[in-house]
Ligand binder design. Sequence first.
Ligand code: GDD
Ligand code: MN
Length: 375
Amino acid sequence: MLPDRISPITITDIPIGPELAIVVPTFNESGNVEELVARLCGALQGLAFEIIVVDDDSPDGTAEAVRRIGAGDMRVRCLQRVGRRGLSGAVIEGMLASTAPVVAVIDGDLQHDETLLPQMYAELRRDDLDLVVASRYVSGGSVGDWSDARHQGSKLATRLARRLTGVTLHDPMSGFFMLRSDALRARARGLSGVGYKLLLDILATPGPALSFRELPYRFQARQQGESKLDTKVLLEYIELLLAKTVGRYVPVKFVMFSLVGALGLLVHMAVLGILFKKTGVGFSTAQTIATLVAMTANFFVNNIFTYFDRRLRGWKLLPGWLSFCAASSVGALANVGVAVYLFQSFETVWYLSALAGVIVGATWNYAVTALYTWK
Ligand code: GDD
Ligand code: MN
């Protein structure tokens, strides 16, 4: 039973929902959110819009700053995620949280040109498009004053993405775009959600074909706070590309793990060759040392590459290394066992026997270390 003071709402008092939602991912952007919201409200005048800031519990109090703004403006709210990090994941959740039929994403650091939003919306509606992307790489757009290294890196990543996923956009790496909510929902369960590149993720996820257009804009320099793009973001990008290509057939981590394994084989051969051929150490000693070196190298490379997202540090490296070596030893036995069995009992050709052994050994190593070393 409601208290008397509150009069029941009649249906005519309820305003209609927003036609456009702007999702803003933030991590430590307290110095930017007020200005951004003011600019968005200015740019979107006349539209029924809402702004959803998705903050990953920034230590600088971004979420609190957004709630203060929201307390005075119903169109603004904060989705605060605790204990989680990740740009793409944040944006997906923000977009799914809205009832608006059209959703957009824009960075929270004022680097994207918000005055482009009305045009993006108008063209999407008028021409019945599924997706409109603000692009740095169509005529009229630019990256502004990026360092040469970052510019080259971005171009390389773009070429790689286009080649591997068959995406035809000029700027599939853009972090500034607008799409129909139903197009997103249709793909939501297929998204990988890791890393920075949600647009590429959406484009490379199977679903109904998307009609799109790119509009040029100039990427602005950051005034407040700092970029969160680091090596982790780079590794997440590699993981996303793998997920969208070979990931349809085998787990991505397994692919990364196997790449490292191939590298380990080279390490093994190099160490063995040097010890046995150049220093006169006996074969069995050389082979034992080479095995240990290769296993150790594999452990550390997997720790920084394959499992960058759950990297072991400090004293945890010791049990990690031990469990890795134990698992690999059993894996090696299984490898040899299977290969010899196939070769001797079924007269399978030597290389197929060997290949089967390697696959069994690698799968075993991957499964066991995923369970015990990097749980
Ligand atoms: N919620 C959340 N969680 N937000 C994040 C996280 C996170 O883990 N990491 C970064 N952000 C927010 C930042 O606060 C900022 O608002 C926005 O995401 C972009 O992050 P930056 O670190 O500033 O990225 P950038 O400027 O180097 O690159 C951006 O622009 C490129 C060009 O459009 C990104 O949007 C790239 O994806 C994009 O390619
Ligand atoms: Mn930025």
